[in-house]
Design a protein. Structure first.
Length: 602
């Protein structure tokens, strides 16, 4: 048995049930208690001392291993069940009365049928366990878009993670008041059997039922389930947007600040881009990048200015560790150095952690993510490819001053990008919003370890939202056009690919901090300062428009990164059919036109 399947003994934590509990909450929790039959109910207050107590309890229960507290104060290791290491997209459902609401890209279940199917699984599932009541707010307190959720879970790991990832506890009870507008999130790890694993969303009931997994995206229900699937559904109804995007501020030497949002699919570089540290010469010149968010943004059109504004609904990062080190992402390394959870990384003899890519030289030995002894020649990975850190945003040395601002920040650019080893250039700009929406809709990316299934195969991932759109993709795409009509001035839209490889299989672009050079062109384009040439794909920088000084990249190398190979690109357009055929007659006409225009330009 691994950690997540152990039934924790009753805990002795503080227990802070609010005196004046909202009757709608009381009623719903009573129903869930009746169904799940926990031995006891523990009310979380989200405080730092409580989190510490939970870690201590988790160590006793075998859920956490305390790490070296000199090197990593407040940090703990969690090993998940080995069949529970990534999002389970094929077990994720949107449950509504009719299938048309969810469209061709979601798994659908009839809502009544889903409750009927899941109720027996939840029935008695918390016997011998504790039910943790986690009340939380997604979004800065006081933001008109902020949403309250309550997650009932029998996983201590999930409860602690929620206290890092969200604004948890009393703030949520206060924000909710006596309203019944909260997302009802019920979660049990059950016996962690993939045969009995379901992540079901009931957008009409503002309800999420997740059973049989303890993994982040399946179990931290405020994150992908609420802040993307349920939120995108609400955003469509209420004219705002929930997107799988990072949000960063770029401060230029003259103090001008530009906010940029970017949608890259899972494990395709959002956290890294959001925490970018510019190359030395840019820092010396006065450039600074600050993080508002690394995974999710909520955006709306400000009535007064007519501009798109955005907030990050989260309070923590659930980031990929493999490949992260003091060269690629120093801010992430600092962020996860205290008060953080490491999930499925390797454990070093001195209680420190390790993962592939942390250091050039692997350790002589360690305990791998499955708890087995590991040596560099054993032929296995020490950390799981989707191993993660969970850290509070306040740890980030580059946290943007507006990260907590309920009024959000104005968005000047939206960037779409995928992981593409071939065919797709480093950077280009859409001709206009409609063209940009087409670029986003046609986004392709090689699959990664963030979801179970084959990795490295190109799939269409519209706006990096394929697994997260909580309703019909047809309506989702139309929503992007509708939102434009509300704006006086719209963000410019760009497409990037940090992952193009040469014939030897090496990345052509150095990536990470050097992405600043591309970002600078993007920012200058937003402010009407940079030059570009028209190509069939969109506006592209000339070689002299991107600063290559100090890089080991020749003009020819750069041109190779920007090459549009007509044959390769025609194949790309053909492979877009996969998605567009699914949409068939439902494809918005703007998409069809854009596609035809592109074909004729090529
Ligand atoms: P999710 O949390 O799953 O949504 O992922 P993400 O989009 O935040 O991706 P993240 O920044 O964690 O990066 C995923 C992997 O890509 C890590 O192994 C990074 O080291 C690697 N990566 C990120 N940026 C770059 C880049 O510019 N170039 C290269 N070559 N690799 C990168
Ligand atoms: C992703 O897969 O896009 C993640 C990790 O950010 S999870 O929260 O598990 O979805
Ligand atoms: Mn993500």
């Amino acid at each position: 048995m691994t950690a997540t399947t152990v039934r924790p003994p009753p805990t002795k934590l503080n227990n802070t049930k609010p005196d004046d509990l909202n009757p709608a909450v009381q009623h719903w929790i009573d129903q869930c208690i009746q169904l799940c039959k926990p031995d006891q109910v523990y009310w979380c207050n989200g405080s730092a001392p409580e989190r510490q107590e939970m870690f201590t309890q988790g160590v006793k229960d075998g859920v956490f291993i305390q790490l070296n507290q000199q090197k990593l104060p407040g940090c703990y290791l969690h090993r998940s069940n080995q069949n529970d290491v990534a999002r389970s997209e094929h077990l994720t459902f949107i449950c509504t009365p009719s299938e048309d609401v969810v469209g061709p890209t979601n798994n659908w279940m009839n809502d009544k049928a889903a409750y009927t199917k899941l109720r027996p699984l939840f029935d008695g599932c918390m016997r011998g366990r504790t039910m943790y009541v986690c009340s939380f707010v997604m979004g800065p307190i006081g933001s008109p878009l902020a949403k309250v959720g309550i997650e009932l879970t029998d996983s201590l790991y999930v409860a602690v993670s929620m206290s890092i990832m969200t604004r948890m506890g009393d703030v949520a009870w206060k924000q909710l008041g006596d309203s019944d507008e909260f997302t009802r999130c019920l979660h049990s790890v059950g016996d962690c059997n993939p045969e009995r694993r379901y992540i079901c969303h009931f957008p009409i009931d503002n309800t999420i039922w997740s059973f049989g997994s303890g993994y982040g995206g399946n179990a931290l229900l405020g994150k992908k389930c609420l802040a993307l699937r349920i939120a995108s559904y609400l955003g469509h109804q209420q004219e705002w947007m929930a997107e799988h995007m990072l949000l960063m501020g770029a401060t230029a030497p003259d103090g001008e600040k530009t906010y940029v949002a970017a949608a890259f699919p899972s494990a395709c570089g959002k956290t890294n881009f959001a925490m970018l540290i510019p190359p030395q010469k840019y820092r010396e010149a006065g450039w600074k990048i600050t993080t508002v968010g690394d995974d999710i943004v909520w955006m709306w059109v400000d009535e007064k200015s007519g501009r798109l504004r955005a907030i990050n609904p989260e309070a923590g990062y659930f980031g990929v560790v493999p490949g992260t080190n003091y060269h690629t992402n120093p801010n992430a390394m600092v962020t996860m150095a205290k008060n953080s959870i490491y999930t499925n990384v390797a454990l070093l003899p001195d209680g420190d952690v390790w993962w592939e890519g942390k250091t050039e030289q692997p350790p002589k030995e360690c305990i791998d993510w499955t708890g087995q002894k590991w040596t560099p020649d054993c032929g296995r990975k020490a950390a799981h490819p989707n191993s993660r850190f969970t850290a509070p945003v306040i740890n980030n040395p580059a946290l943007d001053p507006a990260a907590n601002d309920p009024a959000g920040v104005p968005v000047s650019a939206i960037i779409f990008g995928g992981r593409r080893s071939r065919a797709i250039p480093l950077v280009y700009q859409a001709f206009n919003w409609v063209h940009g929406v087409y670029l986003g809709a046609a986004l392709g990316s090689e699959t990664t370890a963030a979801a179970t299934g084959q990795t490295g195969v190109v799939r269409r991932d519209p706006m990096a939202m394929l697994p997260f759109i909580g309703y019909n993709i047809r309506d989702y795409l139309v929503h992007w056009f509708r939102m434009r009509k509300k704006m006086k001035d719209c963000p410019r839209i760009f497409h990037v690919n940090w992952f193009r490889k040469d014939d030897q299989g090496r990345f052509m672009w150095p990536g990470f901090g050097e992405n600043m050079r591309v970002l600078k062109w993007i920012i200058d384009r937003c402010h009407g300062r940079a030059y570009a040439i028209e190509t069939p794909l969109g506006w592209m920088p000339r070689v002299q428009d991107i600063d290559l000084e100090g890089l080991n990249i020749t003009h020819e190398d750069f041109l190779a990164m920007q090459t549009i190979d007509n044959a390769e690109f025609k194949a790309e357009i053909l492979s877009q059919e996969e998605l567009f055929l699914k949409l068939a007659g439902d494809l918005p006409k703007e998409m069809v036109f854009q596609r035809e225009l592109l074909i004729s330009r090529l």
